[in-house]
Design a protein around this ligand. Sequence first.
Ligand code: PEP
Ligand code: CO
Length: 451
Amino acid sequence: MWKLDSWRSRSALQQPDYPDLERLSQVLDELRQLPPLITSWEVLLLRQQLAEAAQGKRFVLQGGDCAERFFYCTPDRIANTLKVLLQMSLVLVVGAQKPVIRIGRFAGQYAKPRSADLERRGTVSLPSYRGDNVNRPEFSAQARTPDPQLLLRGHERAALTLNFVRALVKGGFADLHHPEYFDLDWVEHSPLADEYHHLVETIGESLRFMEHVLGVRAGETDRIDFFTAHEALHLAYEEVQTRCVPRHTGWFNLTTHFPWAGLRTNHPEGAHIEYLRGIENPVGVKVGAEFTREQVACWLEKLDPQRAPGRLTLIHRFGARRIGDVLPKLIEHVRAEGGAVLWVCDPMHGNTQTTSAGVKTRHFADIYDEVEQAFEIHRAMGQQLGGVHIELTGENVTECVGGARGQSEEDLARAYESEVDPRLNYEQSLELAFLIARKMKSEANVSEPRA
Ligand code: PEP
Ligand code: CO
């Protein structure tokens, strides 16, 4: 039987090792008293929209930092993140000719899984940095010791971030009728410049089409323009914000609309899947190349026994080189179990490389290559890719190689900021959206004769 804390009887990987458990328990008590960040009706609205995405009627854009930092909680950064996600979504609307669900990896993406518990530098070993909710990245014993107090700071930062997101959206920031505000200087560096300009010109037209179909003004289609998502990694934190509410049955995680289990904690018998199994939120599971038929069956049985579209999203992250071999098998396993999942492609985490100088990066070409193959494979198997999951920032960082400006490995040193994974910058993100929109249009042409 599922209980709020039944995850505690399972193996919980990637949890911080707090030296002061009494302090942890005080902090958790305090968090239990604090108001939630979101509401159950928003959760159910997203679940409904994801169900429509699973049926091919909407497309999901999920994006944001790999590891959100507390110091990112500034008006400029928050506005820049919204801006890039909003602009990408408009470009995608043109390609998809259907509404785009925007989900930010923000307002709580503060806990990170790590491949090693300890980081060694010279003769010194310290706990790995596990995200701002747990410890700090500086390499000192003090900074790396997990501090429960950070959970409170994180909850407050998430609330501040979300509060500003909601205010910006409400105040008309999300007014969708201004593609002329796009910063498109980089487009001139692309051989596809004319096509991109044409696409921007058609944004207004596509939005009007959408408004006509939906019978509402864009930006007012739903009361929510941005949903939030984070990896449900730190289970004690997720637990204390998981609640029952009046007039709805079941338990809701009220820190985020869309929690997901990461690759390192997705074991069907593990604590993370046990926790996610009992909540009403739509949930995601990251899937890497190593999965078995039994594992897929188990995820479906535990997380989506009713096979209800919108409940379960599989976020596949295989890498451009492996997706061709692996995705068809995953699709077959899901079908064999009668699954009705939403398919989202994360083209980031299977394409991470280290340069000869030891810098973690990703190549723009690999990222797009994986998305392009994902569209083709899903179509070839008679279904549709329902969304993309991208690590990005609205800032002008230099963390990924490639894109129209031809960012090189040498450029990475200029503005490399991420403590964890390399993100697409503003221009690369927008360019990726253009390429995806273009791909979606050509996919529509390929599949049309069958209709
Ligand atoms: C992430 O999304 O930042 C992440 C760690 O991904 P994955 O669990 O797929 O490796
Ligand atoms: Co990442």
